[in-house]
Design a protein around this ligand. Structure first.
Ligand code: DGL
Length: 273
């Protein structure tokens, strides 16, 4: 049976947390993973630059691989670029945004923490989510790039520094019963975060909800044109990452291919930006 070609996009390794959730439900789909590490971290990138890069890169991969569904597995990008991307592409584009709504619904004491990148915390989109779904909650927001770097290092085999992690999470201690992991890098540190905050704090991310959404979308797609050249798994990066071999080993261990760095078709798509 023909399987859908799913593109999962992020600035770095964060989207792999989404890839793993989706793959659990759709093990036979074809996956392409693209990360824009040349412009990492997105949480500190200028808005216009972010929109231009994401639309150029995602469009290029969609053409190269006959993609059926795009997943912007990055809260920082999704809270900004979804309207432009949807205008540009004729296929479904699924975004990942902070899970404020489920967190507000399930928080017992209406005390929610939002852990995201500095850009996501400041975005009008995120403020609107809070206004729409969590008006009755006390919200503590922390925007951190340090934690994004920590997740990147962990996937390259480096130990997580408990002291640094405890300092980043300090604002949530005793103020929060439910913490939204509003950056796709952070579920990769779930166990370490849970250990610091204790079992009484409920951690919420968007992985499972996104995976269910993709399952229901694939059921509505007419996938008949998958060919030998466009199917299969692929991994691309826009630059050679630090500790490239360790990272590539990890990426292969979860079912993708070795990463191809700055392939010509991606370089061309960024030309002149
Ligand atoms: N993983 C991304 C997110 O979900 C962003 C990390 C970054 O590049 O700052 O927001």
């Amino acid at each position: 049976m023909a399987q859908p070609n799913i593109l999962i996009f992020d600035s770095g390794v964060g989207g792999l947390s989404i890839y793993q959730s989706v793959r659990e439900l759709l093990p036979d789909a074809n996956y392409t993973y693209l990360f824009d590490n040349a412009a990492f971290p997105y949480g500190e990138l200028d808005d216009t630059q972010l929109i231009t890069r994401v639309t150029a890169l995602v469009s290029a991969v969609c053409m190269q691989h006959d993609i059926d569904i795009v997943v912007i597995a990055c809260n920082t990008a999704s809270t900004l670029v979804l309207p432009q991307l949807r205008e540009q592409l004729a296929i479904p584009v699924v975004g990942v945004v902070p899970a404020i709504k489920p967190a507000a619904a399930q928080s017992q004491y209406k005390t929610i923490g939002l852990l995201a990148t500095p850009a996501t915390v400041a975005r009008p989109y995120t403020k609107q989510l809070i206004a729409d779904y969590a008006k009755d909650c006390h919200i503590v927001s922390v925007g951190t790039t340090a934690l994004v770097h920590m997740a990147e290092r962990k996937l390259r085999g480096e130990a997580v520094n408990q002291e640094d992690l405890t300092a980043i999470l300090a604002p949530f201690a005793a103020t929060t019963d439910t913490l939204v992991l509003g950056c796709t890098h952070f579920p990769l540190l779930r166990e370490e975060i849970q250990q610091v905050l204790g079992e009484s704090v409920c951690l919420i991310d968007s992985g499972t909800a996104i995976a269910r959404r993709i399952v229901s979308l694939t059921a509505t797609l007419n996938i008949s044109s998958v060919t030998a050249t466009t199917s299969g798994n692929h991994a691309y990066a826009t630059a050679t990452p630090i500790k490239a071999d360790a990272l590539s080993d990890y990426i292969q261990s979860i079912g993708l291919t070795r990463v191809s760095y700055s392939p010509a078709f991606l370089v061309r798509s960024l030309h002149g930006l």
